[in-house]
Design a protein around this ligand. Structure first.
Ligand code: PGA
Length: 252
């Protein structure tokens, strides 16, 4: 099965209306010439309308970085999946390590958010990955398995059909330390094998992104690995030329 590559930006808590305009227009213009890769940007909630306005009709999809697990209710400050749909989102990141560590999101909660996204027709980008301490104590696979199994346990393996996973070693996020292509490939292959244990077809079709200090300079070697299907890009997604160079590296 030929999996299309996806390069998704995660803007985190960066941007302004004035700054975003140039960035979104440049990404849309650049992606127009890259039919061999799918591109997306996950922007802060207040900028979804701007992303929708500037990216509509382009080759670049957009999405959010988090979602509440319920579709409405008295939850001050939260945002529900149907609201993301109102703004044309295709994707939503769930379980980013910053949410897990800074906001105490458990794998169970992340699985519920994944469910909410699916129910609304959004494509969840489920992030998994170990800390440096966990890697050094040999727990890399255990951690990825636990984070993945929470979703499979709650929703079944079919919920991963057409979903996106992102392997993001916490020690590589925003640190400039990228996992080597071989290190990343090993975990991606482990994740795909684990899904294959439930359903081989779902596993073969599953898009597994790598995230953690992906740059124009290292993207091509990462994306060349057999189980790496693109990238989730933080810092480098805020600079149009850098992000587009990474998208270009993803062209099959
Ligand atoms: P980074 O972030 O590319 O800045 O390391 C990746 C992420 O957190 O998704």
């Amino acid at each position: 099965m030929m999996r299309r590559k996806l390069v998704a930006g995660n803007w985190k808590m960066f941007g302004s209306l004035a700054r975003n305009e140039g960035l979104l227009n440049a990404v849309a213009a650049g992606a127009a010439g890259m039919p061999g890769v799918d591109c997306a940007v996950c922007v802060p909630f207040p900028y979804l309308a701007q992303a929708q306005q500037l990216l509509r009709g382009s080759r670049v999809a957009w999405g959010a970085q988090d979602v509440h697990q319920l579709d409405k209710g008295a939850y001050t400050g939260e945002v529900a999946a149907p609201m993301l749909c109102d703004f044309g989102c295709r994707y939503v990141i769930v379980g980013h390590s910053e949410r897990r560590t800074l906001y105490g999101e458990t794998s169970q909660l992340v699985a519920e958010k994944f469910a909410a996204a699916r129910e609304s027709g959004l494509v969840p980008i489920l992030c998994v990955g170990e800390t440096l301490a966990q890697r050094e104590s040999g727990e890399t696979e255990t951690v990825a398995a636990e984070q993945l199994d929470a979703v499979i346990g709650l929703l079944g393996v079919q919920s991963l059909r057409d979903a996106v996973l992102a392997y993001e070693p916490v020690w590589a996020i925003g640190t400039g330390k990228t996992a080597s292509p071989e290190q990343a490939q090993a975990v991606h292959a482990f994740i795909r094998r684990r899904v294959a244990g439930h359903d081989g077809q779902v596993a073969r079709g599953l898009c597994i992104l790598y995230g953690g200090s992906v740059k124009a300079a290292n993207a091509a070697e990462l994306f060349a690995m057999p189980d790496i299907d693109g990238g989730l890009i933080g810092g480098a997604s805020l600079v149009a030329d850098d992000f587009l160079a990474i998208c270009n590296a993803g062209q099959n």
